[in-house]
Design a protein around this ligand. Structure first.
Ligand SMILES: Cc1cc2nc3c(=O)[nH]c(=O)nc-3n(C[C@H](O)[C@H](O)[C@H](O)COP(=O)(O)OP(=O)(O)OC[C@H]3O[C@@H](n4cnc5c(N)ncnc54)[C@H](O)[C@@H]3O)c2cc1C
Length: 498
């Protein structure tokens, strides 16, 4: 009898301890890095150390660059890719890793800015893009945790229910089935889902694709200048030059190509992300509009995004991270990872993909849906280089300017100007950060911090959570040692000891 009682007590104590640890998502070892970059073994590629001649030079090793490289592999052209830092570690490596065609309110934005026909073509392009990625993964036998999921879209605003219902009608007319259902994790006043979308590990996708193909890739190689020279482009790094017939700008921020008129054609949006231990049912959901929420599971984690806003409105990263943590705590989640990410939002809702001028191509402006659009950009650009047609060339024409939509950019331009003014008033030797505990790495006491952005001189903001110096105008980022980790800057900032 006593033995049985003891057994029961032992079993119940064991269960309590088991469930405590199973559910104790403590967030004790908080990391300020994206979950994709942390859970991957880094691979190294050489730095360019000699002058080169090639047919196609691809600038940038994110999803756009790798897709361009992949789609040109059987072309008989000599192709090479240069990456300023490490492959796949910039915007792609900080994303949520969804391959989804139900993209917040983007389809409605395109319907309003253009017409149903263009919105249908955009929708088709996203479905094609998802198929492209899945086909590559299957053909190359890539292990990147690809999972087919239901993708949910929801709203909690009464005024948006009608909009989602109209979107459903539009999807039905395009032969896409939608279903009504609420989720356990997040309840919406109105929630629908579609089938045939996927989630994956975006950095593993890039690394595995490189491994399987032995592409000519150079890391830590930044292009500083491009010059047209007859029928060729001369592209300059600090120490070498590359002569190329075709150049693909896959550098995310659209530079090297003035006059692209970027400031009136798009703006930058910053979002805050997390990954917390989560062992419930699989999730892939997004909200219809602001405040944007996006969530998906990855193994035992929930990747959760919130607080997206124009970069120009961003005043304090720490507050935004704190708000994110509050939302997570309300869901009984405690983050193990926190990071932020920036993408380009175009003023008409469509990406800029294609030719800008003679043999110069670009893929950018993906409105936070660049895993599909980046893969598609690689395919469209490689087809154009090889003289093949694509049904999406006109839709994504990067030279288009929609002047009525440009007006919407005025407030962003005004905020940019404020950023410059702040930059001019900043003295280069101001000390802007002292770690509270005086830790050696972050202790800038006695150091002079150069905190004007080397790109165009905006005053940098110190992001206390990720320990980076971030440009509030164009999104360049520098790590705590001053190394540029995200463009458009292609120079580091310097810290000088007194
Ligand atoms: C918060 C957030 C979540 C997102 N989640 C999703 C999602 O779930 N699904 C989805 O489809 N999309 C998502 N996106 C969008 C998507 O991540 C991006 O649009 C896409 O990754 C951009 O890819 P890219 O190749 O253009 O840019 P990047 O990945 O930034 O690659 C550009 C590369 O160019 C390099 N470079 C820059 N300048 C130079 C130079 N001068 N010389 C050499 N190299 C240079 C950079 O170092 C960088 O590695 C998300 C975006 C954000 C902000």
């Amino acid at each position: 009898m006593v033995g049985r009682l003891w057994d029961r007590r032992f079993i119940s104590s064991f269960l309590i301890i088991f469930f405590y640890f199973a559910n104790n998502n403590s967030g004790d070892n908080l990391k300020n890095i994206s979950i994709w970059k942390d859970l991957i073994k880094e691979k190294e590629y050489p730095k360019l150390s000699e002058d080169m001649n090639c047919d196609v030079l691809i600038i940038g090793g994110g999803i756009t660059g790798i897709s361009s490289l992949y789609h040109l592999k059987d072309s008989n052209l000599k192709v090479m890719l240069v990456e300023q830092n490490k492959m796949g570690q910039a915007v792609t490596g900080n994303s949520t890793g969804k391959l989804n065609f139900l993209q917040n309110d983007l389809i409605d934005k395109i319907r309003n800015n253009f017409n149903d026909e263009k919105a249908s073509l955009y929708l088709k392009s996203q479905i094609d893009a998802i198929k492209l990625v899945v086909d590559i993964i299957e053909k190359e036998k890539i292990e990147c945790d690809l999972e087919k999921v239901k993708a949910y879209l929801y709203t909690n605003k009464e005024s948006e229910i009608k909009k989602i219902k109209k979107l459903e009608d539009f999807l039905h007319r395009n032969k896409i089935k939608t279903y009504k259902k609420n989720m356990d994790l997040i309840k919406g006043k109105y929630m629908i889902y579609v089938d045939d979308t996927y989630i994956f590990h975006p950095v593993k996708f890039i690394y595995e694709l490189l491994l399987k193909n032995k592409f000519p890739v150079y890391e830590n190689t930044s292009i500083k200048k491009i010059e047209k020279n007859g029928n060729f482009y001369m592209c300059y790094t600090d120490n070498n030059k590359i002569k190329a017939k075709y150049v693909v700008i896959a550098s995310h921020y659209p530079y090297f190509n003035l006059p692209f008129l970027f400031p009136i054609k798009g703006r930058l949006e910053k979002s805050y992300l997390s990954a917390s231990v989560y062992k419930d049912n699989p999730v892939s959901l997004i909200s219809y509009s602001n405040p944007f929420i996006s969530a998906r599971n990855y193994k035992n984690y929930l990747v959760y995004l919130s607080n997206s806003d124009s970069l120009s409105n961003n005043t304090c990263d720490k507050n935004n991270f704190e708000e994110l943590i509050k939302k997570l705590n309300d869901l009984n989640l405690h983050p193990d990872y926190l990071w932020s990410n920036i993408d380009i939002i175009t003023n008409d809702g469509l990406p800029y993909i294609g030719k800008i001028k003679d043999n110069l191509f670009i893929g950018t402006g993906y409105n936070t849906w660049g895993l599909t659009n980046g893969v598609l950009a690689g395919k469209i650009i490689s087809d154009m280089i090889c003289g093949k047609d694509s049904e999406y060339i006109n839709l994504f024409n990067p030279k288009r300017i929609n002047f009525s939509k440009c007006l919407g950019m005025i407030s962003d331009i005004y905020e940019n100007i404020k950023g410059y003014v702040k930059g001019f008033s900043v003295k280069n030797d101001d000390v802007i950060y002292k770690d509270e505990d005086g830790s050696k790495i972050m202790n800038y006491d006695g150091y002079k911090v150069f905190h004007k952005c080397p790109h165009l001189g905006c005053g940098l903001i110190f992001n206390e959570v990720e320990k980076t110096f971030d440009c509030p105008c164009h999104g360049s980022r520098f790590d705590k040692n001053g190394k540029c980790i995200s463009g458009p800057s292609n120079k580091d900032i310097s810290f000088k000891k007194d």
